[in-house]
Design a protein around this ligand. Structure first.
Ligand code: PEP
Ligand code: MN
Length: 268
């Protein structure tokens, strides 16, 4: 156990008032309907193991003709989750316009996706649009294993005055990443930790695994190497999901998985 990891874990626990479980963000890959977002969130919150609800509103799809998200019309669904279930909500922003919509809607946590972290122009405009705003921002690793880009995005946000920044390790594109969708390359988190020990690192086992049966083993590895939390995709009817169906888990299986994880005990 390293004291750097304890400090970054504690930071997340303080930011999000986490008690008794690893810090966990969960929710559907995409917000698809008010009912799907609300029911998934209700079950996750009732499990008592999820501190922040996620749902993508603008979806960066690799190929055209895929479901590209509902857009700003889904933000009121997240507001309903926030107010009726009393839980912070998070969504992905890929440009300054997205940030503006989210801030107006009072979204609690923003994240930059892997396809945004690679683009310094977008990271810069997002950072500038966050000047003077105290909202936590999570930065996914870029698609390829480029530590400079990952750090650069974090530094741009820091320079804009964003105080609560965490990284998300979601794995890296590789021609052959079997059995996973993305290659974990855990050494990238060690490298980030060495350069910025104060930045909490959250593992996204869903986008590493790409298959629901592999989500638990990736989550366990993340805990074993002292990453500070998890972001897991969860859907009430995963097989019917409009994006990332194969990797989403039901709220009940997420809760059971968290019970099975062996977690290092954080020092008081
Ligand atoms: C997502 O979180 O649904 C997503 C699009 O992830 P990534 O940016 O890691 O591909
Ligand atoms: Mn997804």
């Amino acid at each position: 156990m390293t004291s750097a990891a304890d400090k970054s874990t504690r930071a997340l626990h303080e930011w999000f008032n986490v008690k008794g479980h690893p810090f966990t963000i969960a929710g559907p890959c995409s917000a698809e309907s008010e009912e799907q977002v609300f029911e998934t969130s209700r079950q996750l919150v009732e499990s008592g193991k999820v501190s922040v609800i996620r749902a993508g509103v603008w979806k960066p799809r690799t190929r055209p003709d895929s479901f590209e998200g509902i857009g700003p019309n889904a933000l009121p669904w997240l507001q309903r989750v926030q107010s009726e279930l009393n839980v912070p909500v998070a969504t992905e922003v890929a440009n300054a316009r997205h940030v503006e919509h989210c801030l107006k809607a009072g979204i609690d946590v923003l994240w930059l996706g892997a396809r945004t972290t690679v683009n310094p122009f977008y990271v810069q405009e997002i950072s500038e649009s966050l000047k003077g705003v105290d909202v936590p921002v999570l930065v996914k690793n870029p698609i390829h294993a480029d530590l400079g880009l990952w750090m650069g995005a974090i530094e741009r946000l820091e320079k804009a005055g964003v105080k609560r920044i965490a990284a998300i390790h979601r794995g890296f594109f590789a021609e052959n990443s079997a059995p996973f969708r993305n290659e974990p390359k855990w050494e990238m988190s060690f490298a980030l930790r060495a350069k910025a020990p104060e930045i909490p690192i959250i593992c996204d086992p869903s986008h590493i695994a790409g298959a629901r049966d592999l989500v638990e083993q990736v989550s366990q590895t993340a805990m074993d190497i002292n990453l500070d939390g998890l972001m897991v995709e969860s859907h009430i009817t995963p097989d019917k999901a409009l994006s990332d169906a194969a990797q989403q888990v039901t709220p009940a299986s997420l809760s059971a998985m968290i019970d099975r994880l062996i977690i290092r005990s954080a020092e008081p």
